[in-house]
Write a protein that binds this ligand. Structure first.
Ligand code: FES
Length: 259
């Protein structure tokens, strides 16, 4: 079987990369995952990734829940799945795998895991052997609303926050700590109705940013706008968002140098 080699020393130049490139680079560079420790966050819905980024029984996307890596995919019936990005066999990232017959198949030894309960359902090297019942992916609760996939460790008592801006525009990767980014945007007149939701104005248009903390001082802002936003305005907003990112990152670097 092919051996997989992960280079953890590859340089990352975020300003030159698309969001997809950034996430792929993180896949290589983050050697370990961080673990959620805040109980209040554990009981909340956390925005993970736009629904449109994950196709039915097709791709496995990388998401984050407060710095911990998740593998996001859809079962054959379209149900979204959020799993810890670690195969319980030897720990390879699930995002390197593929989906076969509605199951997630790990890229290393090909063990297959069932949707919803995460149980190991097949071991290709031992087709006659029943899979051990205690081998199970770590699964998270999932819901979908506002065009986003949300996850939680437990079953939150309230639904995710709502917004009037439900058209996904883009994901903006900002190289700064999550609290710093939120504080900076609130300082510019944005509001924070929820720890993971920021609302403001970009080039005169209202936007909602669903905040996903990727850890290692990287925040992903999943930007939503109104469905009435025209193409010309969308183009201008892309430019304005790039300027916003540069301003926040420059400020974070200069504040870091002052410390
Ligand atoms: S590490 Fe996933 S099947 Fe072995």
């Amino acid at each position: 079987m092919q051996r997989l080699s992960l280079n953890q020393h590859q340089p990352l130049h975020l300003t030159c990369l698309s969001t997809t490139d950034v996430i792929k680079a993180l896949l290589i560079m983050n050697p370990t995952s961080q673990t959620l420790t805040n109980d209040s966050l554990a009981a909340s819905w956390i925005p993970i990734i736009p629904s449109s980024e994950v196709s039915k029984a097709k791709n496995i996307a990388l998401g984050f829940i407060d710095g911990e890596e998740l593998a996001i995919w859809r079962a054959e019936d379209g149900t979204a799945q959020a799993w810890a990005n670690r195969c319980p066999h030897r720990g390879l990232r699930f995002t390197l795998g593929r989906i076969i017959n509605g199951r997630l198949s790990c890229a290393y030894h090909g063990w297959e895991y069932s949707a919803n309960d995460g149980r190991c359902a097949a071991i290709p090297a031992h087709p006659q052997m029943p899979p051990p019942r205690n081998v199970c992916a770590t699964t998270f609760k999932v819901t979908e609303t506002n065009g986003m996939i949300w996850a939680s460790r437990s079953e939150p008592t309230s639904p995710p926050p709502q917004t009037n801006q439900t058209m996904f525009l883009r994901t903006l990767a900002v190289r700064a700590p999550r609290d710093f980014v939120a504080k900076r945007l609130v300082g510019q007149g944005w509001t924070q109705s929820d720890p993971n939701v920021l609302e403001g104005t970009i080039d005169g248009s209202n936007v909602t940013a669903f905040v996903s903390d990727a850890g290692n001082n990287l925040v992903l802002l999943h930007i939503n706008v109104s469905h009435e936003t025209g193409l010309a305005q969308v183009k201008k907003m892309h430019s304005a968002l790039r300027r916003l990112r540069q301003e926040v990152e420059t400020c974070w670097i200069s504040e870091g140098e002052d410390k």
